[in-house]
Design a protein around this ligand. Structure first.
Ligand code: ATR
Length: 290
């Protein structure tokens, strides 16, 4: 029950109505027995600054931040964790003694998802599809986790080139190779890759028939990780499973960002398993609705 002493962690984005976060985080908060709840707000770009100040004034513990506010969130913070600093984007703002501390926990979520599947990124050749916010963040994280090289594919080559240049400059390395998202190039590069990560929205509900990588480019020596979590098994993951590749769905990455939000804001560790289960139930419920 919400009463006069309930505290809140909020999530802001635009749009936000599809967000799974309130449903899954509230299940974990209830299980922890704390008088804290998660609530979502649709906040436009123009209102983001005021929303952050207002949230602080209201005593909200922290703000989870999603599209289109991640860069603005990093800019408004007084302090940033290492990945937020490197990427200039933050997905969590914690209000701490009057200061705003920004975190980027997307990379953590991806790292943990791979670890949970028994995959060690160290020394691995990683193909990342997508050079948007998520792809860029994953380039940094995978190289920092010890990947031997990144093959970055993007529909728009220019964008991938800019990301590669920035990542290589900031990490002082020359390990990012850029490619156009074309069938023959994918096939050639993936033949020698260990891990394939889809960091685009291709295949996301309601476009479940789409895939960023044709099935004949996949093989059983690959681990295929899709950051899309709706549907739980995307076409890419289904076709990867069918050729015998190891597959990792996007739900764990989403859940880990919730784990970190609760850890940072409450100094408590919520149940990962409970949140993952709740997320899968909610995805099924939504899928069954007309
Ligand atoms: P995010 O922050 O979630 O990464 P984004 O910054 O808008 O979102 O990036 C979306 C990524 O998905 C981009 O790499 C985009 O490719 P472009 O840079 O060419 O736009 C990619 N993407 C989206 N729709 C796509 C499609 N239909 N085919 C291929 N790539 C697509």
């Amino acid at each position: 029950m919400i009463d006069a002493s309930t505290k809140f962690i909020a999530i802001v984005g635009d749009p936000i109505e599809h967000s799974m976060t309130p449903v899954i985080q509230n299940a974990a908060l209830e299980a922890l027995g704390v008088n804290v709840r998660n609530i979502a707000f649709r906040v436009s770009k123009d209102d983001f600054h005021n929303a952050v100040k207002g949230a602080m004034a209201l005593g909200i513990l922290g703000l989870m931040v999603t599209i289109p506010h991640k860069e603005a969130a990093a800019a408004i913070a007084d302090e940033l964790d290492w990945l937020a600093k490197l990427t200039g984007s933050a997905n969590l703002l914690h209000f701490r003694e009057g200061a705003i501390v920004g975190y980027n926990t997307d990379g953590y979520g991806a790292s943990q998802s791979l670890k949970d599947a028994g995959v060690d990124v160290g020394g691995k050749r990683i193909a990342i599809i997508g050079a948007g916010g998520a792809g860029r963040c994953l380039c940094f994280q995978m190289l920092l986790d010890g990947a031997s090289c990144i093959h970055l594919f993007n529909r728009t080559l220019d964008k991938a080139m800019r990301v590669a240049k920035e990542v290589e400059e900031k990490l002082s390395c020359d390990k990012v190779h850029v490619h156009e998202l074309k069938h023959d190039v994918l096939k050639e590069v993936l033949a020698d890759a260990d891990i394939l990560i889809n960091a685009t929205s291709v295949g996301m509900h309601p476009n479940e028939d789409e895939t960023p990588v044709p099935a004949d480019c996949l093989h059983d020596r690959l681990t295929v990780f899709d950051i899309v979590y709706n549907p739980l098994e995307t076409r890419l993951l289904r076709e990867a499973r069918q050729v015998g590749a190891r597959t990792i769905d996007g739900v764990s990455m989403l859940v880990y960002t919730n784990v970190r939000a609760v850890e940072v804001c409450l100094n408590l560790t919520p149940s990962f398993e409970l949140m993952r289960q709740r997320c899968i139930e909610e995805l099924k419920r939504r899928a069954s609705q007309p």
